[in-house]
Design a protein around this ligand. Structure first.
Ligand code: PAF
Length: 301
């Protein structure tokens, strides 16, 4: 393992950093031989509090923790922010080491796409990938599913943790794991918010000061919609169009504001109990997504 970089973390625990698949596989094999369970947190870097909360949970439930940092080109569409996606590896590495991570996997393109980016082999989870964000970002979820499956094959985690801010992504990955019989437990973790309610996201860094002050309207609008659903409103199209209107009035450019069944993001019926309200909206150069989960009791309404 001569290519390994060893870091002494502030907590005095050594974090390994590997960039190549053979090194990664060797360490994983070693840990498995020792009977360790492994938790994986896949990320694209530029880490914030929500990523660190995934790592904290991962450390509670597994013997060894792996975080991957890889900005995956095939999940970005033409004209999206792949080129300008913030790369902060040194700072990320410091944070992860200080938070007790065991292994940082930070591959370059040639490791995960040895045949180049025009990969023919892709994982596609139909239907779920074509709605909501998938309508506006064609190919996005296939890119996500493809790279996550590569990570699962090579890290062989017992459990993988994902934030519920990307709720549709979470469902796509759960469905992929089920359909491909991949032996990994996928865990969704609650959204971590700033004090004013804005969901933590790497893309919040694109906001100007004025835009950042406006951004909490997204969560407020979702909460308003959730309140109406909890009070028994089942005119879902009206809740959706009011949400779109509120975001537009605030100066955002919403792509969708949608009420769906939480289980499969299908169109809800009035007697559905578990609902999600999901939105994607542009604010300046930032495309922000957020959602709230609603659990209606039989007596709602
Ligand atoms: O949520 C993300 O950061 C990315 O979509 C993921 C899961 C790391 C795949 O590139």
């Amino acid at each position: 393992m001569n290519s390994l970089l060893l870091h002494e973390s502030e907590a005095g625990v050594r974090m390994l950093t590997v960039h190549d698949l053979p090194d990664l596989r060797e360490i994983i094999r070693h840990w498995k031989r020792q009977g360790n369970s492994i938790a994986l947190v896949p990320t694209m870097g530029n880490l914030h509090g929500a990523h660190l909360s995934l790592l904290a949970r991962a450390r509670e439930i597994a013997d060894r923790t792996v975080v991957s940092i890889f900005v995956n080109p095939i999940q970005f569409g033409k004209g999206e922010d792949y080129e300008r996606y913030p790369s902060t590896l040194a700072e990320d590495s410091r944070k992860l080491s200080a938070n007790g991570l065991d292994l940082l996997f930070a591959p370059d393109l040639t490791q995960l796409y040895p045949g180049g980016l025009d990969v023919d082999t892709r994982i596609t989870v139909p239907e779920l990938s074509d709605i909501l964000c998938g309508r506006f970002r064609p190919g996005h979820f296939s890119g996500v599913a493809t790279v996550v499956s590569k990570l699962f094959v090579n890290v062989e985690p017992d459990v993988a943790l994902f934030g519920e801010k990307d709720y549709q992504q979470l469902l796509v990955i759960e469905r992929m794991v089920k359909d491909l019989c991949i032996p990994v437990r996928v865990m969704g973790m609650p959204i971590v918010r700033e004090a004013d309610g804005l969901a933590m996201s790497s893309r919040n860094a694109y906001l100007s000061r004025e835009e950042r002050a406006l951004a909490p309207v997204i969560y407020r609008t979702l909460q308003d919609a959730a309140g109406r659903l909890l009070r028994g409103e089942d005119n879902f199209p009206r809740v959706e169009s009011d949400g779109m209107w509120a975001l537009q009035q605030a100066g955002l450019r919403p792509e969708y504001f949608s009420v769906r069944r939480s289980a499969d993001l299908g169109a809800p019926r009035p007697d559905d109990r578990r609902l999600s309200v999901l939105t994607a909206a542009w604010l300046g150069k930032a495309r922000l997504i957020d959602n709230v989960q609603v659990e209606r009791s039989a007596s709602s309404g």
